[in-house]
Structure formats: structure tokens, C-alpha cells
Design a protein around this ligand. Sequence first.
Ligand code: ADP
Ligand code: MG
Length: 163
Amino acid sequence: MKANPGGQIELAEVVGREQLIEQIWDTLEQQSIRMNAERRIGKTTIIRKLCAEPRPGWVPMFQDLERYHSAREFALSVYREVDRFLSARARIARRSKELLKSLGGTEVAGVLKLPDLVADAPWQDILNFAIQDLVQERAHQDARPLFLWDEVPYMLASIPSRR
Ligand SMILES: Nc1ncnc2c1ncn2[C@@H]1O[C@H](COP(=O)(O)OP(=O)(O)O)[C@@H](O)[C@H]1O
Ligand SMILES: [Mg+2]
């Protein structure tokens, strides 16, 4: 195998992890998972495999939270992922859409543009509405959303330091 300092390898080159990944899918049937390990042990690679090769019925959403330095950025990114997930099928009247409209958002060709005003909405509301939409939608479809959040501790450490 060629040395690969830093970069990501092709998923086809990933060695092992099959058993662990099966265990992860089994566990996800019932609960969430927090993966905690040293740097460069292979966490991101595992998440990328979960994302690229989901068990039938799952719809993974990969987010590298390293990019976000505020709770609002995080909430908005979750909102956008949920929006993409929900738009995969016929859109229903969405509560968060109503929220965003009430904040001044407009809908262009079925795609909601996030208004500047949303920047003023409490991040808790944005996150709550996005998750409520997901829960509501779960009643209507079998696809199961899976949030794959990489670098959570990095974001959490970054938020208070940037205040
Ligand atoms: N199962 C694996 N087989 C081969 N290479 C791997 C495997 N897991 C990780 N790597 C490689 O090791 C390096 C670190 O992996 P990464 O998933 O980024 O670790 P972490 O997210 O824990 O810091 C990367 O270059 C990655 O491609
Ligand atoms: Mg990583």
C-alpha cells in the first residue's frame, strides 16, 4: 500500500472495519453512537463508509462540523441537510418553512432561500423546527435519516472561543 500522509484514501482501499461497521448499523437500530478516539485512528473513514454504503432504509447525512464556529451556523447547516433529505420526496407543508417565511424567507422554484433575517432567529428554534420536520416526516416514509457528525468536539471548543 502506498503511504498517504494526510489525505483521505479511496473507500475501496479501506482495510478491515467490516465487523465494526456492522455493529454500528446494528446499534443504530436503537440508539445513537458517539465515537471517541485519538486522532488519525480512522473515525472519519468509518463515518465516510457509513455514508457511502448505508444499510437499506437509511439516508445518511454527513457533516463536517469543523467548519462551524457558532451554534447558529450549526443549526442552519442541520436545517439545510434536513431540507435536502425532505426534498428527496414530495414536499409537504413544512413547519420550518412556515417559520422561515414568517422571518421573511421566500420560496424560489420550490427551494427555500434562507433569508438574512434567519441570522437573527434563535438557533434553538431553527434546530427545533428542522428536527420536528424530520419527526413529522418519519410518519410518512420508511427512509431513516442518519446524522453523521464529524469533529463535534472541535466545533464545541470553537464556539465559546469565538464569542
Ligand atoms: N481502515 C482503514 N484502512 C486504511 N486506511 C485507513 C483506514 N482508516 C483510516 N485510514 C487512513 O488513516 C488516516 C486517518 O484516518 P481518519 O479516518 O482521518 O482518522 P480520524 O478521523 O480518526 O482522525 C487517513 O489517511 C485514512 O485514509
Ligand atoms: Mg477525523
